[in-house]
Design a protein around this ligand. Structure first.
Ligand code: DQA
Length: 141
């Protein structure tokens, strides 16, 4: 079975209550129930961490896993700061599709640079939680 790992970074555990005008009012767990129901032929793993090094570990583990096909990654604020996570993406051969729930280019200037984008297969920004589904579909193509 195709296996996709979703990795979420800091503060995304608070989706549903965190700045709903920006990120919506659905929890990620609720969204995941629907996503898994729509893609029964795909094993969708999910992990979240607020800690940069743990995200590096998750990317390495998915990269080394024989069964993992690809990674959907929303590194949240670390997208704008983390050379370590960019290096982790470059260190593995599995495709990584980045997601931002909000449109980072229509927000504060410090969010306009995504240090991970050059190392990833592609990036989806501004399409809400639906961006995770589009990223998944990109990995299945
Ligand atoms: C985010 C955008 C980031 O700038 C922010 O720090 C986040 C979430 C998004 O999904 O829109 O935490 O990655």
């Amino acid at each position: 079975m195709v296996q996709i790992e979703i990795i979420n970074g800091p503060n995304l555990n608070l989706l549903g209550t965190r700045e709903p005008a920006v990120y919506g009012d659905q929890t990620f767990e609720d969204f995941l129930v629907g996503l898994r129901a729509r893609y029964t032929g795909v094993e969708i793993g999910y992990n979240q961490s607020n800690v940069e090094g743990e995200i590096v570990n998750m990317i390495q583990a998915a990269g080394q896993s024989e069964s993992c096909t690809g990674i959907v990654l929303n590194a949240a604020a670390y997208s704008h700061t983390s050379i370590a996570i960019a290096d982790a993406i470059k260190s593995i051969s599995k495709p990584v599709v980045l997601v931002h729930i909000s449109n980072i280019y229509s927000r504060e200037v410090e969010r306009h640079t995504d240090l991970l984008a050059g190392s990833a297969k592609g990036m989806i920004s501004g399409l809400g939680l639906g961006g995770y589904e589009l990223a998944l579909r990109a990995l299945l193509m």
